[in-house]
Design a protein around this ligand. Structure first.
Ligand code: MG
Length: 358
């Protein structure tokens, strides 16, 4: 194991680090796919610029910097259409990092900070009812309800073009509506029976859980699942991005948010107090994740876990759908891009529950 200059380590749970490639799509190879994804970034950009302006509204040059960022990033996307090998290789993760680089260059720290705070606060108000609904179910019905809740929460995503457009159009959908809209099984990838069987065996000892978006996603989708695991006696390491990326919750935001959850729920409060629930920064800076580069702290803490949960399209599908691990792994996501859906043989808003035992 070697430490990189920026103090990252490989996640020690990767089954085959030599062949691990954190990109399902190589955009150099396939011009049609490349054009599609560059188009996705272009379509999303005007909305991102608006969020930049809002997040910097306390500064007089907010509008100017946000527009300058949009212009620079847009120009680079246009360049990549014509010179796709301009950065040596090309994939979605690299373009995400390029976007963040231009944001920082224009001193825009976190465009989604205000909306993430709003969405976290709104979701917290709904959490007690969501937890009560889970608790009211028979024990053998709870896991499916929790997994459906994760899918429903994952639909709330300003980082994906399809759902972002729905929000921008002034549309709103409730968490309950999103949960009802999750189709009947079998899902697009559906290992739920295998997961359920494993669940009925002994509880996992220790889980590392990578979370995705702020708001309903982490609060109403992931927190209830994590709480359920805590109730079963599993130690849970919840890990979020170190640096901002779109509307993903960051490690620093997760601290006060979990404290707010703890004020509403005794299980989470007790687990935080006695170390059964730990929060560790992932070291990541993107909506996707290269598991060869996680924080030193996470790599150390993950070494002895027996369950890994990757949540969200970027982490579970775009970068790691085929990755294999030395412990049980659960990959949960809603597919919010047309191209990815058709590549997987499905359609927009299909869901994935892949469970791979060790
Ligand atoms: Mg996200």
């Amino acid at each position: 194991m070697t430490t990189t200059a920026s103090a990252h380590l490989m996640l020690p749970l990767l089954a085959d680090p030599q062949t691990y490639r954190p990109n399902t799509l190589d955009l150099l190879d396939d011009p049609v796919t490349r054009d599609y994804w560059i188009g996705v970034f272009e379509t999303h950009l005007p909305s991102l610029v608006r969020h930049c302006i809002r997040s910097e509204a306390h500064r007089p040059d907010a509008h100017q910097r946000a527009q300058a960022f949009g212009q620079k990033f847009s120009e680079h996307l246009a360049l990549l259409r014509h010179q796709p090998d301009q950065m040596g290789s090309l994939n979605i993760l690299l373009i995400c990092r390029l976007r963040e680089k231009y944001l920082r260059e224009h001193r825009i720290a976190d465009p989604y900070a205000p909306v993430k705070a709003d969405e976290n606060a709104a979701a917290l108000k709904l959490l007690p009812d969501v937890l009560a609904a889970i608790d009211a179910l028979k024990p053998d019905q709870q896991l499916e309800a929790l997994i459906r809740g994760v899918f429903a929460g994952n639909k709330f995503d300003l980082g994906a073009t399809s759902t972002n457009q729905a929000f921008d159009a002034g549309g709103s959908f409730s968490f309950h509506d999103a949960a009802v809209a999750i189709g009947p099984r079998p899902w697009l990838i559906d290992d739920f029976d295998r997961l359920h069987n494993r669940w009925q065996d002994h509880p996992h000892r220790k889980a590392v859980v990578f979370v995705d978006n702020a708001g309903a996603d982490v609060t109403l989708g992931m927190i209830p699942l994590i709480r359920h695991m805590l109730q079963r006696g599993t130690q849970v390491i919840i890990t979020a991005n170190t640096h901002p990326a779109l509307n993903d919750i960051t490690h620093d935001e997760l601290g006060p948010h979990l404290a707010a959850v703890a004020r509403l729920d005794r299980v989470v409060a007790d687990a935080l107090a006695d170390g059964q629930l730990l929060r560790i920064a992932s070291g990541n800076d993107a909506p996707l994740i290269d598991l060869r580069q996680v924080s030193v702290e996470l790599a150390k803490e993950a070494a002895d876990c027996d369950l890994l949960i990757l949540e969200g399209m970027g982490r579970a599908v775009e970068t790691n759908l085929d990755a294999r691990f030395t412990c049980d792994c659960l990959k949960l996501a809603m597919i919010k891009e047309e191209h990815l859906a058709s590549m997987l043989g499905g359609k927009l808003y299909d869901v994935i529950c892949r469970f791979e035992p060790k």
